[in-house]
Design a protein around this ligand. Structure first.
Ligand code: 3HC
Ligand code: NAI
Length: 695
C-alpha cells in the first residue's frame, strides 16, 4: 500500500490514517491509497468498524489544487466516496484541524463523524471559483438543511465543531486531548452497540424550502456574488438536491464542477491562492536572517491610519503605545479604536471581554522618550517629507538599538526618510491600506539599505496581523499607488472627453471593481491626492492632468466628508448622487481646454483604465520594483478592490492575451496621447513571444 495512507487494526477496528503533509490534500496517491485501504477493511470479515483519520496538523484540507491543471485520473473522488458510503460496516471519520472541500465531502460520505473541539469544517470551493464536486452539494443539505448548506457553500467560510455538532454535521465532539484515543473509544462504542451503517445520500431533506425560497436566496446573494459563476451553480445543485434523485443530482453536480474548473475565473482564483502564499517567499533573502522578536509596538500619529494600525496590532494580541503630539488627537484616536471594537462586539464578531482586553493593551503617550524600549515603531504622521524626517531623526535618538523603524508613507522616498537616521538598515516601509484593521494588504517597502532580517521581521509581522505582506522596491508610490496614478489619470481624462463620472464608475463596477474610481476618490477624500500632487515635481506639463479632481478640491468639494465631491451626498447620505454642478463644471472646462467630447463605449472605458494599470505594472516589473507579476496581482486584489475572479491585472493581461493588451496600448498611443501610452519594453517583449522575458 502507498505510504501516504497507512492501515492498521486494533481488534475489530481498522484504522486508516492519511499522511500526506502539509495538509493531507487528496492527491492521486491518496485517493488510490484510500480506495484500497477501504476495500481491504470492507473485505476483511474480522473488521467490524473502520476509523478514518489524518496524521499531522489537519484532517484532509481538500482536493489537491495543484492537480486541477492536469487531466483527471482515476480513482475520481466522487466514485471513491460513493464506494466508501456503500461499505456495509460503519466508517467513522475523526476530524482535527480543518476538514475542507473534498475533505469534508469525504467525512460526509462516512457513516459517522467525530471531531476535536477546535476543528473547523467547511466547503470553501467557491473561493477557488469551484463548487463542491464530490457530492458535497448533495450530502451537506441532507445533514444540515438547505439554508445552512447554502450559506456554507456560497459563503465559503468554515464553521466550528460546536456549530457543526448543533447542526447535525458531526455526531460527537472528542473532548480528550488525544483525538486518536478518543476517536478509537468512540468507534469502539459504535461497534459495541452494533451501530447501523447510515448513508448520508439516503437521508431525505426535511423541511423542504417553499417555491419562493431559492428566488429570495438568489436575490440575497446577488450583490456579493456579482460576476461569479460558481455561486449560481451551487444554488442550482441544491435545488437538485431537493428535487432530483441522488444519482442524477450527483451527475449534474459533476458536470457543473467540470464547467467551473475549466472556467477562466477558477484559473484566476487558483492563481491567487498560490500567489498569496508565494508572496511570502523572497528570492535572494539571506535564509539565516531570522525575524527580530516583536513584543511591543509604538504607533506614531493617532489619525485615521494610526488608529487603524493600532487596532490591527491590538487585535493580533500586541502591546501598543500610541503617540501623538496633542492630547486631543490621542483621545480622538483612542475613541475611534474603542468605537470600532464596540462595533465588532455588536456585530457578534468578538466577545466584549476580548474587546476590553485589546483596549487594556493600549497605552497613550505624547513624549518620544516613552519609545525607548519598543521593538517596532510604525510612523503614521502627516504625509510630508520634512515632518517625517524630523520624526525619524528623533526616533534615532530615543529608540534602543535593533528597533525596527517603519513608515506608513503612501508615496514618499524611504531612503530619504532612512537617511534622517544613523541606522538606515533598520528602516522599512509598512504601507497599510485604509481601513487598516480591515484591509488585508501590507505593502512592505525595502529601502536601498534595509537589512534582510528587518525584511524577515516585516514579513513575519504581516502574518501575525493575518495580512498578506508583499515586498516591493522603493519608488514614488511603490507598486500599488504608482499604478493607481495611471488608472486615475485615465478615469479623469474620460471625464473631460464627455463620459459622466457615474457612467465610468458603473462600467468599472460592473466589470468587477469593488467600487468605481470616482466613488473611491470621494470616500478617501480628494484632498489627499491633491496634496500629494502639489508635492510632486515630476508631473507632466499637461493642463488636463487630474484637472477635474484639482478643481473639485479648489471648490471645497473634498468628497463624502464635506457632503460633496465628484458626487453630492445630501444631508450626510452616503449614497452618491450625480451632481449637476459638477457636470456643468466638467463640460465648461473641457470646452476651455479644447478637449473634444465624443461618444465613448464601455469597452474603451475599461481598456483605458485597466490597460494603463497593466502598462505601469509591467514597468514596475522591468525595473524590479515588483519581484513577480503575481505580487502585483496580490497587491491590486487585496488593496485596491481589483476583482479576485480576474486574478489581478497582470494575470488578467495574460488571460486576455498580452499581444492584445500591447496592441491596445499602441492604438491609444497613436490616437490619444503619446506621453502616456508608450508600451512598457517588457510588455513589448512578451507580446512578441520572447520567452526569456518573465511576466
Ligand atoms: N491542495 C494543494 N496544496 C494545498 C492545499 C490543497 N487543497 N491546501 C493547502 N495547500 C498547500 C499550500 O499551498 C501551502 O503550500 P506551501 O507551503 O508550498 O506554500 C501549504 O499547503 C500550507 O498551506 P497554508 O500556508 O495555507 O497553511 P495554513 O495552515 O495557513 O492553512 C488551510 C491551511 C486552511 C488548509 C489552507 O491552506 C486552505 O484553506 N487550503 C485550501 C482549502 C481548500 O480550498 N480546499 C478545497 C479544495 S477544492 C476541492 O476540494 C474540490 C472538491 O470539492 C472536489
Ligand atoms: P491624519 O492626518 O489622519 O493623521 C496624522 C496624525 O499624525 C495626526 O493625528 C497628527 O496630530 C499626527 N502628527 C503629525 N505630526 C506629528 C508628529 N511630529 N508627532 C506626532 N504626531 C504627529 O493622516 P492619515 O490619513 O492617518 O495619514 C497618515 C500617514 O498614513 C500618511 O503618511 C499617509 O500618507 C499614510 N497613509 C494614509 C492612507 C489614507 O487612506 N489616509 C492610506 C495609506 C497610508
Amino acid at each position: 500500500m502507498d505510504q501516504v495512507v497507512n492501515y492498521e487494526t486494533r481488534g475489530a477496528l481498522a484504522i486508516v490514517t492519511i499522511d500526506n503533509p502539509p495538509v493531507n490534500a487528496l492527491s492521486h496517491a491518496v485517493r488510490e491509497g484510500l480506495d484500497s485501504a477501504i476495500a481491504r477493511a470492507a473485505g476483511d470479515d474480522a473488521i467490524e468498524t473502520v476509523l478514518l483519520m489524518c496524521a499531522g496538523r489537519t484532517f484532509i484540507a481538500g482536493a489537491d489544487i495543484r492537480e486541477f491543471d492536469q487531466p483527471p485520473r482515476e480513482p475520481h473522488l466522487p466514485d471513491l466516496l460513493n464506494r466508501i458510503e456503500a461499505v456495509n460496516k460503519p466508517i467513522v471519520a475523526a476530524i482535527h484541524g480543518t476538514a475542507l472541500g473534498g475533505g469534508l465531502e469525504t467525512a460526509m460520505a462516512c457513516h459517522y463523524r467525530c471531531a476535536s473541539a477546535d476543528a473547523r469544517l467547511g466547503l470553501p470551493e467557491v473561493n477557488l471559483g469551484l463548487l463542491p464536486g464530490a457530492g458535497g452539494t448533495q450530502r451537506l443539505p441532507r445533514l444540515v438543511g438547505v439554508e445552512l448548506a447554502l450559506d456554507m457553500m456560497v459563503g465559503g467560510r468554515p464553521i466550528g465543531a460546536r456549530k457543526a455538532f448543533d447542526a447535525g454535521l458531526i455526531d460527537a465532539i472528542i473532548e480528550s486531548e488525544d483525538l486518536r484515543e478518543g476517536a478509537i473509544r468512540y468507534a469502539g462504542q459504535l461497534t459495541q452497540k452494533a451501530a447501523a451503517v447510515r448513508q448520508t445520500s439516503a437521508i431525505s431533506i426535511s423541511a423542504e424550502p417553499d417555491s419562493r425560497f431559492f428566488a429570495s436566496y438568489r436575490a440575497r446573494i446577488a450583490r456579493r456574488t456579482r460576476g461569479l459563476l460558481s455561486p449560481e451553480l451551487i444554488v442550482e445543485c441544491v435545488e437538485d438536491a431537493v428535487s432530483a434523485p441522488f444519482p442524477d443530482a450527483l451527475a449534474r453536480e459533476r458536470e457543473r464542477f467540470m464547467r467551473c474548473k475549466a472556467s477562466p475565473q477558477s484559473a484566476a482564483l487558483r492563481h491567487l491562492f498560490f500567489a498569496e502564499r508565494d508572496a511570502a517567499r523572497i528570492p535572494g533573502l539571506d535564509s539565516s536572517a531570522a525575524p527580530r522578536p516583536i513584543r511591543s509596538i509604538a504607533v506614531l500619529g493617532a489619525g485615521t491610519m494610526g488608529s487603524g494600525i493600532a487596532l490591527a496590532c491590538l487585535r493580533a494580541g500586541c502591546e501598543v503605545l500610541l503617540l501623538d503630539s496633542s492630547d486631543e488627537a490621542l483621545n480622538a484616536g483612542r475613541g475611534r479604536i474603542e468605537a470600532l471594537l464596540q462595533q465588532q462586539v455588536e456585530k457578534g464578531r468578538i466577545q466584549s471581554d476580548e474587546a476590553a482586553a485589546d483596549l487594556g493593551r493600549l497605552q497613550l503617550a505624547r513624549e518620544f522618550d516613552s519609545l525607548s524600549g519598543v521593538d517596532l515603531v510604525i510612523e503614521a504622521v502627516f504625509e510630508n517629507m520634512d515632518v517625517k524626517t524630523d520624526v525619524f531623526a528623533r526616533l534615532d535618538q530615543v529608540c534602543k538599538p535593533g528597533t525596527v523603524l517603519a513608515t506608513n508613507t503612501s508615496t514618499l522616498d524611504i531612503d530619504r526618510i532612512a537617511a534622517a537616521t544613523t541606522r538606515p538598515r533598520d528602516v522599512i516601509g509598512l504601507h497599510f491600506f485604509s481601513p487598516a484593521h480591515v484591509m488585508r494588504l501590507l505593502e512592505i517597502v525595502r529601502g536601498g539599505e534595509t537589512a534582510d532580517d528587518v525584511i524577515a521581521t516585516a514579513m513575519a509581522f504581516a502574518r501575525r496581523l493575518r495580512k498578506v505582506g508583499v515586498l516591493v522596491g522603493n519608488c514614488f508610490g511603490f507598486v500599488g499607488n504608482r499604478m493607481l496614478y495611471g488608472y486615475g489619470r485615465e478615469s479623469q481624462k474620460l471625464l473631460l472627453e464627455g463620459v459622466a463620472p457615474e457612467r465610468i464608475d458603473r462600467v468599472l463596477y460592473d466589470w468587477g471593481m469593488a467600487m468605481g474610481p470616482h466613488a473611491v476618490g470621494d470616500l478617501a477624500g480628494l484632498d489627499v491626492g491633491y496634496r500629494v500632487r502639489r508635492e510632486r515635481t515630476d508631473l507632466p506639463d499637461d493642463p488636463c492632468f487630474y484637472r477635474i479632481a484639482d478643481m473639485l478640491v479648489e471648490r471645497g468639494r473634498l468628497g463624502q466628508k464635506t457632503g460633496m465631491g465628484m458626487y453630492d451626498y445630501p444631508e450626510g447620505d452616503r449614497a452618491a448622487h450625480p451632481s449637476a454642478e459638477v457636470a456643468e463644471m466638467i463640460r465648461a472646462e473641457a470646452n476651455r481646454l479644447g478637449v473634444v467630447q465624443r461618444e465613448i463605449d464601455d469597452q474603451e472605458i475599461v481598456e483605458r483604465c485597466i490597460f494603463a494599470l497593466i502598462n505601469e505594472g509591467a514597468r514596475c516589473l522591468e525595473e524590479g520594483i515588483a519581484m513577480r507579476a503575481a505580487d502585483i496581482d496580490v497587491i491590486w486584489v487585496n488593496g485596491y478592490g481589483f476583482p479576485r475572479h480576474r486574478g489581478g491585472p497582470m494575470f488578467y493581461a495574460s488571460q486576455i492575451g498580452l499581444d492584445r493588451v500591447y496592441r491596445g496600448i499602441c492604438r491609444f498611443r497613436d490616437t490619444l496621447d503619446k506621453r502616456y501610452w508608450q508600451p512598457a519594453a517588457l510588455l513589448e517583449k512578451v507580446a512578441a513571444g520572447d520567452s526569456a522575458a518573465a511576466w
